[in-house]
Design a protein around this ligand. Structure first.
Ligand SMILES: Cc1ncc(COP(=O)(O)O)c(C=O)c1O
Length: 390
């Protein structure tokens, strides 16, 4: 049996370059890492206690595959109050993190060969999911429009790919890796083009609670019949390792997504589901304290990059700054990031896997001390190569 006889769509996908780079630099025990999208806060105590209580109450049996009723009802209320989502409990599937929700959604919505628009720079998981499902990922360069997808870019891309039936688009709002957040006007401007072309919108709103000075809007407000929302507690409640997410969608479609989900994972862990009920019923303010800290760090980092003469996309949410490597460095992102890691023990994420070989993604979900170390390393490196703009 030969490996190259396995499913070519799986063979075509490479392991996550983000994880691989993080793993590579983690061999150095002194490494200060601003690489992964991993909150440095602990899970709020009341959620931990709910998990412990659920173990003690022997809530150890198979939950219903959509997720327990209590959790779906809690999600319906929580996200309605936060962002105006209009979904009843039977339009919500509880998934193993947002990632599994994305996987079940990609699997359900499309036929092999369908095109999916992915505004770039982009979170690399979308392209991998398109490839693994035998779809055609079409990257739309949005750097000319502030990393915000515009109706013109959509129509131009559709015209340029007349050989592909474009059936979907992914909107990440706020965005990983750029931190941009769409305004109400920017989102509503996209509605006619998505409606006219009957394009499914996969709206990844996992950073919806982490916006700075701007309000989060959901495309589901305008086009609920064509929108599937992906959300979860990984970022808002610092629960990345607990693996709990949610998919919200129109009746009928969501039943099909629930099936795809059932045969992949059955359902998330029972204990986590009970803890998530606590997060959604008593943790409405949990993200607020984290958001305040992230906002201060964002300001420190962007001010520091400005002083260094490094350009970046103006972040309004999530916990990343996507900065350009100065031309004078003459290095693409992996070479530059490796240089920083080797010389200064600082890990920043290369921009190449997100679609920009001349950029770095800096996560500020890390302590102020670590951010100072990173800024110091950048200052030294730019000084060394004569790239520091005074
Ligand atoms: C835009 C985006 N979507 C989804 C995810 C995955 O979330 P989860 O950990 O809940 O699977 C991430 C994680 O970094 C992300 O940045």
């Amino acid at each position: 049996m030969e490996i190259d006889e396995l499913n070519p769509d799986v063979l075509a996908v490479k392991p996550s370059a983000l994880r691989a780079f993080d793993h590579e630099i983690s061999e150095d025990p002194d490494m200060v890492k601003l690489t992964l999208g991993e909150p440095d806060f602990n899970v709020p105590e009341h959620i931990k206690q709910a998990a412990i209580d659920s173990i003690n109450a022997d809530q150890s049996h198979y939950p219903y595959y959509w997720g327990i009723q209590e959790l779906r009802e809690a999600a319906s209320t929580y996200y309605r109050d936060k962002f105006g989502y209009q979904y009843s409990a039977d339009q919500i599937v509880c998934t193993v993190g947002a990632t599994e929700g994305l996987a079940a959604t990609f699997k359900t919505l499309f036929h092999p060969g369908d095109g999916v628009l992915i505004p770039a720079p982009a979170y690399p998981v979308y392209k991998a999911l398109a490839v693994i499902n035998h779809l055609v990922p079409i990257m739309v360069d949005t750097t000319g429009t502030g990393c915000i997808l515009t109706p013109q870019e959509v129509t131009d891309t559709i015209a340029a790919h007349s050989d592909v039936k474009i059936k979907g688009v992914v909107i990440t709002d706020p965005s990983n890796p750029t931190g941009v957040a769409y305004s109400k006007e920017q989102l509503s401007a996209l509605v006619p083009v998505f409606r006219d072309h009957q394009i499914w919108i996969i709206s990844d709103e996992i950073y919806g609670e982490l916006t700075y000075g701007v309000k989060h809007y959901s495309l589901s407000q305008w086009l609920p019949e064509q929108t599937i929302i992906i959300n979860g507690l990984s970022k808002s409640h610092a629960m990345t390792g607990w693996r709990i997410g949610f998919v919200f969608g129109p009746a009928g479609v969501i039943d099909q997504i629930a099936k795809a989900h059932q045969f992949q994972v059955t359902t998330p862990t029972s204990i986590v589901q009970y803890a998530a009920v606590e997060a959604l019923t008593h943790g409405q303010n949990d993200a607020a304290a984290m958001r305040k800290v992230y906002e201060q760090r964002c300001k420190y980092l962007t001010d520091s990059l400005t002083k260094l003469g490094m350009s970046y996309v103006e972040p309004k949410g999530a916990f990343y700054v996507f900065a350009k490597i100065p031309k004078a460095c003459h290095q693409e992102s992996f070479a530059f990031a490796r240089q920083l890691a080797r010389t200064y023990h600082v890990g920043l994420m290369p921009g190449t896997p997100f679609g920009d070989p001349q950029a770095l993604r800096i996560s500020y979900a890390s302590s102020n001390e670590n951010l100072h170390v990173a800024v110091d390393a950048l200052t030294k490196e730019l000084t060394r190569v004569g790239a520091l703009v005074k």
